[in-house]
Design a protein around this ligand. Structure first.
Ligand code: SF4
Length: 311
């Protein structure tokens, strides 16, 4: 499979672009994710000509807005230059399927960046470049390297990356009403783990060649928003039970009891999601079902990423 294009703060790849000439190489990103993602690095502070090393910046609250200025040179306001750089980059980021940002940075931070207004800074800011980039690309899955240490957030981000990648592949091959409804059918169980999939199904009910582009835009906007919710165990159990329903004629009483027990042990946190999914896959290998085989729920991304082993 082709590697998926992902934007990233350069310093996370080990590039020595930080204000002090250092980097923030992240071993999970460079060691594991780089096997699947084609990282495209961007350092906005270097790109606007601030140099390496450079004086440090921070966010300050002025009367109208949050600005990015030098800590020692408050007159050095780089806010507009960072926003303009994000604007210039906009066309070259349209193929990306995700973006990993450096946490806490006044340029790259996705959330909770320190904003200085009085004696005590508040963690209420967004890096200026990150803010503009996310505004320009509202569908793009975005995450910070620090939050990727959390199993639920990590899985959620990578899940969204793969969904958007499949969406872009479908668009590249040429969109038709049939392809759109097939895309929905194959993602229905994933959507079901996040929300009521029937709402999105209704959106597609009236799709025609004439309204295809509009409906597709509404669909992907809704889908990427719905997928932002991190799925809780009870929601996965609902989906697992739903999947088991496709085996109701094939399983004997012992098999059903075993699945039921495994689902409950997963619900209580005793075992990870990989266990009930492996057991279901085992049954579907013996009793294949076309709908379940096509669904991405049990194989949403390469299993070597080992994401559901930790959920
Ligand atoms: S956090 Fe962003 S601006 Fe700072 S060094 Fe890393 S890539 Fe450059």
């Amino acid at each position: 499979m082709k590697k998926i294009p992902i934007g990233i703060s350069s310093c996370l790849l080990g590039e020595t672009v930080r204000f002090d000439g250092g980097h923030k190489r992240d071993s999970y990103i460079v060691g594991t994710l780089a096997e699947y993602f084609d990282f495209q690095p961007f350092c906005p502070e270097v790109a606007i000509g601030l140099g390496i090393p450079r004086p440090t910046l921070h966010l300050v609250r002025s009367e109208q807005a949050i600005r990015c200025v030098g800590i020692k040179q408050p007159d050095n306001d780089v806010t507009d230059r960072l926003r303009n750089y994000a604007g210039q980059l906009k066309p070259s980021l349209v193929d990306l399927c995700g973006y990993i940002l450096k946490k806490d940075s006044p340029s790259c931070g996705m959330e909770r960046v320190k904003v200085f207004a009085g004696a005590q800074p508040k963690r209420e800011g967004v890096g200026i470049y990150a803010d503009e980039m996310m505004r320009n690309h509202p569908l793009l899955p975005v995450e910070e390297e620090g939050r990727l240490g959390d199993a639920g957030l990590r899985e959620n981000f990578i899940q969204r990356v793969y969904v958007l990648y499949r969406w872009k592949q479908m668009l590249a091959e040429g969109l038709t009403p049939h392809k759109l409804t097939t895309f929905h059918a194959r993602h229905k169980l994933i959507i079901m783990s996040h929300a009521d999939y029937r709402d999105m199904g209704q959106l597609l009910a009236g799709v025609t060649k004439e309204n295809l582009v509009l409906v597709a835009e509404q669909y992907i906007t809704q889908l990427m928003a719905v997928l932002k919710t991190v799925v809780k165990r009870p929601s996965h159990v609902n989906v697992l039970q739903h999947i088991q329903g496709y085996l109701k004629k094939e399983l004997d009483a012992d098999d059903k009891a075993e699945l039921c027990e495994v689902f409950e042990r997963y619900r209580s946190g005793e075992i990870p999601l990989i266990v009930p999914i492996t057991l279901l896959k085992h049954h579907f290998r013996k009793c294949p079902d076309a709908y379940i085989e096509d669904s991405y729920y049990m194989s949403p991304y390469p299993q070597e990423l080992r994401l559901i082993n930790q959920l």
